[in-house]
Design a protein. Structure first.
Length: 159
């Protein structure tokens, strides 16, 4: 199990290296599975955690990734205006099948399948943010600008 988790973090690091910016996956002893745990583990504010939330389009049944500030909940009614489709919660099997990663460690990049990505505009206020790196104990630090560049995500209001 531990080797498999290590491989997931290595996959994310390999993908990050391909972007030509210095982003380094950090393996922590403490859990980063939830936004609160991640903020405590890296010593940042809850808002600086870029949590990757996978939803399913109600009609298309396709994955939709929303990268939300750790302090925010996704207001599905606000998001549907932008994506033109109602959201459904994605279960753990769907998330793993679509991204290649388990809930609690889904990174913003390196997914198994292409996924449309939407980024919470509240993340843009921070100089640095932290995102999951493939496991419940791995994260990496980046800027909001780099997050937009590497994900090709669309900045939206999720509240």
């Amino acid at each position: 199990m531990q080797d498999n988790l290590k491989k997931k973090a290595e996959i994310v690091q390999t993908v990050l290296n391909e972007f030509g910016v210095e982003l380094n996956v950090v393996q922590l002893a403490a859990s980063t599975r939830s936004a609160q745990e991640a903020a405590a583990a890296v010593g940042c504010t809850l808002g600086q955690i870029a949590k990757s939330l996978v939803f399913k389009g109600a009609n298309s049944q396709k994955p939709i990734l929303i990268i939300a500030s750790g302090m925010n909940r996704v207001n599905e009614k606000a998001v549907v205006v932008v994506i033109k489709e109602k959201l459904q919660k994605a279960d753990a099997d769907f998330v793993l099948e679509q991204t290649g990663f388990s809930i609690g460690g889904v990174p913003p990049v390196g997914h198994k399948n292409p996924i449309p990505i939407y980024i919470d505009q509240d993340l843009m206020q921070f100089e640095e943010i932290w995102a999951a790196a493939g496991t419940p104990n791995a994260v990496f630090k980046l800027t909001p600008k780099i997050l937009v560049e590497i994900t090709k995500g669309k900045i939206i209001s999720i509240k």
